[in-house]
Design a protein around this ligand. Structure first.
Ligand SMILES: [Zn+2]
Length: 67
């Protein structure tokens, strides 16, 4: 299991394939990117089941919802 390239403490949940070499992200850092409006789209999931997919979908929905 890879360690997150951002915080360097958590285990990576996904691997960003848009960069070379592919960069590992933990779920927390990947979620922060979704919230920031810069989600990782082209990724490979380390988890089974994929934990990041629902975050990506939910995060996008949350952005569109005004409350
Ligand atoms: Zn991290």
């Amino acid at each position: 299991m890879s360690i997150c390239a951002q915080c360097r403490t958590a285990e990576a949940a996904i691997e960003d394939r848009d960069v070379q070499p592919p960069q590992p992200w933990c779920l927390a850092c990947a979620t922060a990117l979704v919230r920031a409006g810069d989600p990782v789209i082209n990724y490979r999931s380390f988890g089974d089941p994929d934990q990041y997919g629902p975050v990506l979908v939910g995060g996008s929905t949350a952005v569109l919802r005004f409350r």
